[in-house]
Design a binder for this molecule. Sequence first.
Ligand code: KG4
Ligand code: ZN
Length: 338
Amino acid sequence: MIVLGIESSCDETAAAVVRDGKELLSNVIASQITEHSKYGGVVPEIASRKHIEVIIPVILQALDDAGMKLSEIQGIAVTRGPGLVGSLLVGLSVAKALAFSRKLPLAGVNHIEGHIAAIFLNDRTPSFPFVALVVSGGHTNIYYVRDFGVFALLGQTRDDAAGEAFDKAAKLLDIGYPGGMVIDKLAKEGNRELLNFPRAMRESLDFSFSGLKTSLLVHIKKQGKPTNRNDLAHLAASYQEAIVDVLVEKTIRAATMKSVSQIVVCGGVASNSRLREHFAVKCRECGMELFIPPPVLCTDNAAMIAVVGDNLLSNDKIDELNINAVSRWPLDKIDSFQ
Ligand code: KG4
Ligand code: ZN
């Protein structure tokens, strides 16, 4: 089946064409980074307006890149939630209009499930069941994934998401937005063992990053903001290591507890180079198989939405045209099990 995926849950407007849930034919992403960077975070009203401006050109580009006409598309998949409602509604309205006018089946997709499903676009794919760490700007969750649509939540953040921990630190240090990418790059030049930032809740599979942020704030208050690139790099590397450490340690522990040997890491933060490196080393040590999408499929994209949509539509899970956007949509409420 050839599915057109549409994603507009936050600050990326994206469209992609995917064949049979695994072959990526096109993947267009229009980022709004420049619009939001002067505010140091996503401004919902600006995001919705920008989605409206670019969504049609983005879809046309995705069709063009795939060498497809709209008449060749067999299904529409669109992010329904979780996300900013005003942003979601832009993608959802266009998807409904396309489905109605072309008489195509529509699937409303959970964005978090999309992040996990991005791995099925890889050449090497995991088999069910596996443990997945979803690390993004809004989520830090560990799931036991039994099948498409069947998840058990094993651990989650009690406060900030890992991506937020990166973004807020970059804001405190005044080094740019979005913070994850800036800190990742800077940290490559620094010593990750120079400063000892706290690793919270070591015993649990849950996460907490607010103490880490406070500890950076205290450090800055005591020492002042670093004035040269070297000191800034050491600070970035040590701070990043505190995040990476707990993500890797808890995910591997969760997989061991569930007796699975395959781990999927996904979401925007999964494009972090140190996280990828540390996971690779630890998984090798523990005899686990690691699966991480390429960076472009870790951050928000519509290809991952098309993969889930293909599975839903192929199983006749077709949505009505009156579905609405949902700001909160826990994944384990899709088809949970004990
Ligand atoms: O998945 P995503 O694109 O959007 C959400 O669903 O939230 O994730 C965005 C998050 C942001 O917090 C951003 O700072 C973080 O992913 N991020 C990174 C890197 N690239 C993006 N964090 C750490 N290292 C990176 N290289
Ligand atoms: Zn995302």
